[in-house]
Design a protein around this ligand. Structure first.
Ligand code: PHE
Length: 453
């Protein structure tokens, strides 16, 4: 199958632009909301070390694999597999990615909406001296109410759509180029403040001194799910962004840099949160409410806490937006190519669909909480299905596709840009081994374990 209008395909304008867009997608609520509470629920440093091992052994090979598919095909997730393997049923993998992103964006936009509400609360200094009980009831009352979260979800999705509709260069790249450095500076500042709190050392110890006795099979599953979610793997994001990358860019170093940026950011977020949690003698295993109840409590007590709260929730919003635009772009790019739609039309249609699903997610935590599917609320189901099922299956299919269907020659071609870059053979051999054997085996073992238990 020949691709039409190849010359008019949008693209990023520079290597820096690609990197901030990729890192922007990776760094998000996964780092600021999910990572800290998973660390807290799974016993701290041991979880972090397992997580780091997954990022190194599976994360980078997977980023690279998706990059190869996207750049080689110069097509959206939905079309890429059909173009590279027109003879098989691989197109299905692209469809899975689109479904996965649809689920992610639906609940992501709801949590992004919570971020808006909490940013506004921070600006009004609502947390100052509030008690722990006040704050946890503030969060549960808000997230389970009908209208306020729906309005916030709508605003968040409108902003996301507004950026995506401007296109790859003018929308996604320009936004990420400005916001990612801002985000980095704010979070580093908050981490330094937190690390210098009296008693904060216990939080650092919790994050970096492993207690292996707490590790169970569940820890591995949580760490793998988090590595996938945080690096946006198996969701078609890197395929989509990779398709906007020109042939001379170095995809190996871009993949490594993306993984490094995301991991550094998760650790910075941990250093911003854990020392403060320990300094105030709070249990780190608060679960998903950690960022929305525990942190406001701490902000309410800290000197200058009001300002730090504003900065933190502003950072959270930026991080969420640079990710949500990437999730939406996967769906938009696929819809535009599949149905030959204009960007504006695709964004409008996708906006409406996701808005409705997001409303269901939000309502499932309140007025519709009695309505369960497989024992879960719609919100939890979407989170679970995407991070623990679809992204893993997507990732598994991607590594199988690249290593068995495209093969080592294609890997070599893409890594060396057709022989123009010098990359030692052992590096390519190791990466191929990781993609072909280690990644699929590890993903399979963990998936089987998950379903059995
Ligand atoms: N990686 C993003 C985060 O950490 C979430 C995401 C998942 C983005 C899948 C794109 C695709 O918040």
């Amino acid at each position: 199958m020949k691709r039409e209008n190849k010359t008019s395909r949008e693209s990023f304008s520079s290597s820096f632009g690609i990197l901030v867009a990729l890192a922007g997608s990776a760094v998000g609520l996964g780092n600021l909301w999910r990572f800290p509470y998973l660390v807290g629920e799974n016993g701290g440093a041991a979880f972090i070390l397992i997580y780091l091992a997954f990022v190194l052994l599976l994360g980078i090979p997977l980023l690279l694999s998706e990059f190869i598919i996207g750049r080689r095909s110069q097509a959206s997730a939905r079309q890429a597999f059909k173009i590279l393997a027109p003879d098989g049923h691989w197109g299905f993998t692209g469809l899975l990615a689109v479904i996965c992103c649809t689920l992610i964006l639906s609940f992501y936009s709801v949590v992004g909406g919570w971020g808006i509400e909490y940013f506004v609360k921070a600006v009004k200094f609502d947390f100052t001296n509030a008690s722990d009980e006040t704050l946890s009831s503030m969060f549960s009352t808000f997230s389970s109410s009908t209208w306020a979260p729906l309005i916030c979800h709508t605003v968040f999705l409108v902003v996301t759509a507004g950026i995506v509709v401007s296109g790859v260069k003018k929308g996604i790249e320009s936004f990420s180029k400005i916001m990612m450095p801002v985000l980095f500076v704010i979070m580093t500042g908050i981490a330094i403040r937190s690390l210098t709190l009296p008693g904060g050392g216990a939080g650092v110890e919790y994050m970096f001194k492993p207690d292996w006795s707490e590790v169970t099979g569940k820890t591995f599953l949580a760490a793998l799910g988090q590595a996938f979610f945080s690096l946006s793997l198996g969701s078609g994001m890197v395929i989509t962004y990779g398709s906007y990358v020109k042939k001379h860019e170095r995809i190996l170093s871009l993949s490594v840099q993306t993984a490094l940026a995301d991991t550094a950011f998760a650790l910075i977020a941990g250093c911003a949160i854990m020392p403060a949690v320990f300094a105030f003698g709070i249990s780190p295993s608060e679960g998903p409410g950690l960022v929305f109840t525990t942190l406001p409590f701490i902000f309410g007590k800290l000197p200058m806490g009001g300002i730090i709260a504003i900065l933190f929730f502003f950072a959270l919003l930026l991080a969420a937006l640079t990710s949500s635009i990437s999730v939406m772009e996967v769906i938009i790019a696929s819809a535009m190519e599949e149905f030959k739609l204009k960007r504006k039309t695709a964004v409008t249609a996708v906006f409406i669909g996701i808005w409705i699903l997001g409303c269901l997610c939000s309502l499932s935590l309140g007025p519709m909480s009695g309505w369960k599917i497989m024992g879960k609320s719609v919100f939890d189901l979407f989170d679970y299905l995407s991070a623990n099922v679809l992204m893993l299956i997507g990732g598994l299919l991607v590594v199988i596709f690249v290593s068995w269907k495209l093969g080592k020659k294609a890997l070599h071609e893409e890594l060396t840009n057709g022989g123009t870059l010098k990359i030692p053979d052992w590096v390519i051999d190791t990466i191929f081994f990781l993609i072909r054997f280690v990644a699929p085996t590890a993903i399979l073992i963990i998936m089987i374990f998950q379903y059995v238990s």
